[in-house]
Design a protein around this ligand. Sequence first.
Ligand SMILES: NC(=O)c1ccc[n+]([C@@H]2O[C@H](COP(=O)([O-])OP(=O)(O)OC[C@H]3O[C@@H](n4cnc5c(N)ncnc54)[C@H](OP(=O)(O)O)[C@@H]3O)[C@@H](O)[C@H]2O)c1
Length: 345
Amino acid sequence: MRRCLQLALLGEGQVAPNPLVGAVLCFEDKVIGEGYHAYFGAPHAEVACIRSVKAADREKIPFSKLFVSLEPCNHVGKTGACTELIIKEGIPEVWIACTDPFEKVNGSGIARLKEAGIKVISGLLENEAQAINHRFFTFHQKRRPYVILKWAESADHFIGAENQVKISHPFTDRLTHRWRASEAAIMVGTQTAMKDNPQLDTRFWPGKNPVRVLLDRKASLPVDFALMNQQAPTLIFTEEESRVSKNLEWIKVNFDEQLVPRILNILHQKGISSLIVEGGAKLLQSFIDTGIWDEARVISNPLLSIEDGVAAPALKDAICTGKQALPQDHITYYKPKKSPISVEN
Ligand SMILES: NC(=O)c1ccc[n+]([C@@H]2O[C@H](COP(=O)([O-])OP(=O)(O)OC[C@H]3O[C@@H](n4cnc5c(N)ncnc54)[C@H](OP(=O)(O)O)[C@@H]3O)[C@@H](O)[C@H]2O)c1
């Protein structure tokens, strides 16, 4: 099952809003097949695993055990139901790490296998399997994207200055672009869009660009700014009229104290399973104050002092979960003390 989790992670950044899943087929303690869900629309892990079995080993399939990190699907979606494939192949025993919270599965995959006389054992490495699919579980159980807050601050806790200031080291920038490539969407506030003219892409790391999300109450971001270049899907929340132009969508919303949950609700409806919020301070603070965040990653440059500028957000009710030292910068990781809330929709 640990191998299933390793395989599952190979699909990171490619499968959303589907889950990461890995599968291994064993005959008498020897692996005869393995596979994973590689990208959205690709064969499921069980299918890839069974297809990987060599012709000489195919006769062993009806005497083998299948290990899979998530309950097999029992509905016909982009691919056929995995339960039917397992039954057709005559696999007698299936080990599952965790059940699938997706309403079309949710225990029905296990029930179908048992009904067909297959021995099913579930719960092996359950916590680890749920942890690697934190985006997928948050999306289905809390009906909102998994939210990561990220910022870079100086030694004296400022994230910006009068003039643009570079806080993180280029090595750290590679890591943060890797983070971007793993998430479905990335968000900034109006001042950040106006002052920094960010691209919010993954140019320092191979991987997909996330959907860009920004606040622009007056829909006044100049058309020659990078976020308007139509090179990645971009959602602009505004109080002006809703409209769509190639890769750009303006969505009319009220800018009141419910703005954060309202936006998360809309992102959920659009199938966005994770969001990295990259500033500025006001936007990050509004997520913190609403209590809807799942992780915070704070980069600190101990060699830089800004003295006067935009103060870093103030995290509250947070627990430190780890620290990382990079060339020049330190990263501190946090999670909320209490389990963060769902969004009504
Ligand atoms: N070091 C870093 O990691 C980092 C990252 C990003 C940005 N920055 C820096 O941060 C500075 C900008 O930060 P900032 O705090 O001034 O601005 P910001 O958070 O980027 O944008 C603030 C504006 O966005 C809108 N907004 C944000 N949250 C809202 C909410 N919950 N409800 C309604 N409106 C909301 C409001 O616009 P309206 O007033 O139009 O309604 C608000 O004035 C810049 O200096 C930038 O360089 C640093």
